[in-house]
Design a protein around this ligand. Structure first.
Ligand code: BES
Ligand code: MN
Ligand code: ZN
Length: 502
């Protein structure tokens, strides 16, 4: 998707030729110009055919005095980011089914930077089409969007550039999560990560470990999950350096189960295909690195992806087997379907060795989280209040929200076992929390750590089946916030002005 931002007032929008024009008008906007577009909006409103409610549309064709044939009047309510998102989704959803290849999105009144960001992200979302395993490309898709605002300023330019970068990241995450397991193997994920590091002057570096290196590191929990598959495991390490070399990085850990059959604790057949999305955490890490590569904020980030399949096989790990994790802790694998925490615990131990400022793991970890929070908010667990607050705030700003869940030690009771240091499952109660408690054992006390359970938010089921690209928006807002804070902290103090005292 190509985006362009330009100054566009209603009289110009009326006379400029476009493939399709979407006019975004909110509550309280009254057109004052003499131009044909203002007149159209005015008449349609007066007649009651156009309502400025978010998501309401009035399609017009070959309207008088307009250079563009296809014009959509789109209500954007109070102009809030949520309302703008609704409006753009509705408008481009309608246009996307038609023959238009390009569209101009024109704000009738100046949007806030946050509303502009929402428009770009919603447009990118609406225009994404999955094609990787189709024999014929989908006809008629919007490939280019011009966003017009009545007046441009630095804040809008920055918001636009940011949104464009984040949108690229979201698209990468959706694309990799959507690809079927036989087209997104651990090896192919590693190749995708390596591709992010290619190109002259790329700020990303990538290192890929295979079975031998992983064995040498002693990642016995990760290895146990991979045992049952003929696909080789990969441990992917991505590095982005945007700040000083010595600055502690943020470590992002993404669950990369490219297919989760459950292993010997086999899942039922119904909807098992959706377990191709079980590497959505990994896909979101790839997406974040795609966005970092374009936006180049002043932070250091390390991305870690343990990638493998979870399959039943003669060599597969069995319920009751005890394995030794990289941390040295032994784990009794009571249920081979609780595999996410097994690959993540070794990645967390690896992460800790990098002395990161924070570790954030992202995983489609538990069905219990879907029951608790549905598809609206991701589950957030953290051992650090400041980190939790920063992530929660980033989620609100990015319209990619999460909700903090508890980590009381009492929740860890059920993980006790006679046969190892810890079991990989507890009872049925509070499944999302006991999974988080398991992970917490692999993070040192003073190490700020957060866990995002995206089992409900990473993809949609049913007719709209597909990956959402979450939580790339949340993570990018968090990282962009860190970069801003770091830069203001490092900026030379302003020369003191002569003190004036009353
Ligand atoms: N990948 C699943 C979690 C999942 C389930 C995500 C449904 C989205 C929808 C995970 O590996 C898993 O199977 N978890 C088990 C854990 C249980 C065995 C303790 C679950 O949630 O049922
Ligand atoms: Mn599982
Ligand atoms: Zn899983």
């Amino acid at each position: 998707m190509d985006f362009e931002l330009k100054t566009l007032r209603l009289p110009q929008a009326a006379t400029a030729k476009a493939d399709a024009l979407v006019l975004l008008a909110g509550e309280g906007f009254t057109p004052e110009g003499e131009d044909a577009l203002s007149a159209l909006l005015d008449h349609a409103s007066a007649a009651g055919d156009f309502k400025p409610e978010a998501g309401k549309l009035l399609p017009c064709y070959s309207a008088q005095g307009l250079a563009t044939r296809r014009v959509l009047l789109a209500g954007m309510g109070d102009g809030s980011p949520a309302a703008v998102r609704k409006a753009v989704t509705a408008a481009l959803g309608a246009l996307g089914k038609g023959p238009a290849r390009e569209a101009t999105l024109c704000f009738a009144a100046p949007p806030s930077p946050a509303a502009l960001r929402a428009a770009v992200l919603a447009a990118a979302d609406a225009c994404y089409v999955y094609t990787a395993t189709k024999s014929k490309p989908e006809p008629c898709t919007l490939a280019r969007i011009t966003v017009g605002v009545p007046a441009l300023n630095a804040a809008l330019r920055e918001a636009f550039a940011q949104a464009e970068g984040v949108a690229r990241g979201v698209t990468v995450a959706r694309e990799w999560a959507n690809r079927p397991a036989n087209h997104a193997t651990p090896t192919l994920l590693a190749a995708a990560a390596q591709a992010l590091a290619k190109g002259k002057g790329s700020p990303v570096r990538c290192e890929v470990l295979g079975p031998k290196e992983v064995a040498k590191l002693g990642m016995g929990a990760f290895q146990a999950v991979a045992r049952g598959s003929h696909e080789e495991l990969r441990f992917i390490v991505l590095r982005y350096q945007g700040a000083a070399k010595g600055d502690a990085p943020v470590a992002l850990v993404g669950k990369g189960i490219t297919f989760d059959t459950g292993g010997i604790s086999l899942k039922p057949a119904a909807e098992m295909d959706e377990m191709k999305f079980d590497m959505s955490g990994a896909a979101s890490v790839l997406g974040v690195f795609e966005a970092l590569r374009h936006l180049r904020p002043a932070v250091n980030v390390v991305g870690l992806i343990p990638a493998c399949e979870n399959m039943p096989d003669g060599r597969a790990v069995k319920p009751g087997d005890v394995v030794t994790s990289m941390s040295g802790q032994t784990i009794e694998i009571l249920n081979t379907d609780a595999e996410g925490r097994l690959v993540l615990c070794d990645a967390l131990t690896y992460a800790e060795r990098l002395k990161p400022a924070a570790i954030i793991d992202v995983a489609t970890l538990t069905g219990a989280c879907v029951i608790a929070l549905g598809a609206v908010r991701s589950g957030l667990f953290a051992n650090d209040d400041a980190l939790a607050q920063a992530l929660q705030d980033a989620g609100e700003t990015a319209q990619d929200p999460c909700w903090r869940m508890p980590l009381d030690d009492d929740y860890a009771q059920g993980l006790k076992t006679r046969f190892a240091d810890v079991a990989n499952v507890a009872g049925r109660q509070a499944g999302a929390v006991t999974a988080a408690k398991f992970l917490q054992r692999f993070v040192a006390k003073g190490q700020p750590w957060a866990h995002l359970d995206i089992a409900g938010s990473a993809w949609k089921s049913g007719t709209a089946k597909g990956a959402t690209g979450r939580p790339v928006g949340l993570l990018m807002h968090y990282l962009l916030g860190l970069a801003r804070a770091g830069q203001t902290a490092k900026a030379p103090a302003k020369p003191a002005k002569t003190a004036r005292r009353a």
